[in-house]
Write a protein that binds this ligand. Sequence first.
Ligand code: DAT
Ligand code: MG
Length: 140
Amino acid sequence: MNSKRTFALVKPGAVRKNHYGEIIYLITKAGFSLKAMKMVQLSMIDAQRFYAVHEGKEFYERLTKFISSGPVVALVLEKENAIEEFRKLIGSTDPAQAEEGTIRKLFGESVTMNAVHGSDCPENAVKEWSFFFAQKEILD
Ligand code: DAT
Ligand code: MG
């Protein structure tokens, strides 16, 4: 079941600019169904925990400041091969390198402010959605 699910986050830049409706529309149009959704603002401590795997990297402080700078929309998504399919839909980490039509190409502003997050493996997907959602907030 878990390989059919991924965790996604619409990041502050895209929420601030009111792009989240269109982003969620593109996600559902691409065949994902929503299993959980909420809008929250992370504290700096939350952001450091969420991105703990990147601790020590040159961009860590920029990244955690940005992700805690405004509301985010957290999503649990379901589709066959969800993780890979979602990463295809969002495109490369750097919006400038992302393919035409991808969400990061359309809405990303820079490598830090790249509009969306998508999990990179099933273990991280579970960890990431558990950070945002209680079990009972996720649909079967
Ligand atoms: P992805 O989000 O595509 O999985 P990642 O896990 O390598 O990319 O990095 C997490 C986030 O950190 C990424 O979405 C944006 C930021 N980031 C990555 N590399 C960066 C860099 N070289 N400069 C600035 N921010 C970077
Ligand atoms: Mg990643």
